[in-house]
Design a protein around this ligand. Structure first.
Ligand code: ADE
Ligand code: ZN
Length: 336
């Protein structure tokens, strides 16, 4: 089996997926009809045609508009269940899933509807597909720290349903330091902490995520290649980076997938993983990201195996589960 075939076949964990970014245009229209929500686009085709992004903000505007059709627990369940079925087809065996409660509570949707709908889909994925999963609550960084504290408080009655918190939305102008106190509180509560940094923002934002937020992982982190000291630090600590190649291409972080820094980062010894970010908007789920990156950067079988192992090393599963998944990667790689 060549590297591309192995990339499709190998078991993997997905660690950077915004569940609202898995909402396909077909489901947006179905939920809009079901819930009587008016959309700004006359058809599925017209909506899809608007997916021509120039930067992160141009995407976020459409992404938040798409999420406006989500009202009831069943809607959140249906969205996540559709994601799990696609992930299963791509041999994703474990997923750690971001959700943005503020996007929904700001429209009057109770946080219970969001979390219970998603948690129900996670249970079903375990039972019917054998996929393990966990939820990560993300704070919107274009809003203030007070809003993040209020969201944390509102979510705490459902504490057993999420393993950690993250930081997403518009990066530039909203540095991690803005959320230092709320992240400290989350760590005290025993939550895992991750943050988007170095997607469009500078390496300085990645340093802040490490030094001030004390993150367990960085989401994106492609700006690391601009800072040799940061590269050395990340190689030394193996702090994982959840990289999303097709997202970087669609949001014009890179001009061409052949110019993507993932191979440079991997060769420098960083714990890099491949993920889909917002697959309904960026042209593909996990295997599309794995396959297109493998082709564009001429990754070897060894690179593909390292990426799959990194995904389990970087995940928040326990040591026994991790060992079992890595053993399965080794078994599949040896047989294929
Ligand atoms: N929210 C959803 N996708 C995102 C991304 N790629 N960066 C920041 N916030 C996001
Ligand atoms: Zn993201």
């Amino acid at each position: 089996m060549n590297a591309v075939e192995l990339a499709r076949f190998i078991p993997k964990a997905e660690l950077h997926i915004h569940i609202e970014g898995s909402l396909e245009p077909e489901l947006i229209f179905e939920l809009a009809r079901r819930n009587g929500v008016a959309l700004a686009y006359p058809s599925i085709e017209a909506l899809r045609a608007a997916y021509a992004f120039t930067d992160l903000q141009s995407f976020l505007d459409i992404y938040y508009a798409g999420a406006s059709v989500l009202l009831h627990p069943q809607d959140f369940h249906d969205m996540a269940w559709a994601y799990f079925r696609r992930a299963h087809a791509d041999n994703v065996v474990h997923a750690e899933i971001f959700f943005d409660p503020q996007t929904h509570t700001a429209r009057g949707v109770p946080i219970a509807s969001v979390i219970e709908g998603l948690a129900g889909a996670c249970r079903r994925a375990r039972e019917e597909l054998g996929i393990s999963s966990a939820l990560i609550l993300c704070f919107l960084r274009h809003l203030g720290e007070d809003d993040a504290f209020a969201t944390l408080d509102a979510a705490l009655p459902w504490r057993e349903h999420f393993i950690g918190v993250g930081l997403d939305s518009s990066e530039v102008g909203h540095p991690p330091e803005k959320f230092e106190r709320v992240f400290a509180r989350c760590r005290e509560l025993g939550l895992r902490v991750v943050a988007h940094a170095g997607e469009e923002g500078p390496p300085e934002y990645m340093w802040q995520a490490i030094d001030l937020l004390k993150v367990d992982r960085i989401d994106h982190g492609v700006a690391s290649v601009q800072d040799p000291l940061l590269m050395a630090e990340l190689a030394h600590t193996r702090l994982p980076l959840t990289v999303c190649p097709l997202s970087n291409l669609k949001l014009c972080v890179v001009r061409d997938l052949r110019e993507h820094p993932l191979k440079t980062m991997l060769d420098a010894g960083l714990c890099v993983t491949i993920n889909s970010d917002d697959p309904a908007y960026f042209g593909g789920y996990m295997n599309a990201n794995f396959v297109q990156t493998t082709e564009a950067l001429q990754l070897t079988r060894e690179d593909v195996i390292a990426l799959a192992k990194n995904s389990f090393e970087a995940s928040f599963i326990d040591a026994a589960q991790r060992q079992a998944f890595v053993a399965e990667v080794n078994r599949v790689a040896a047989a294929a």
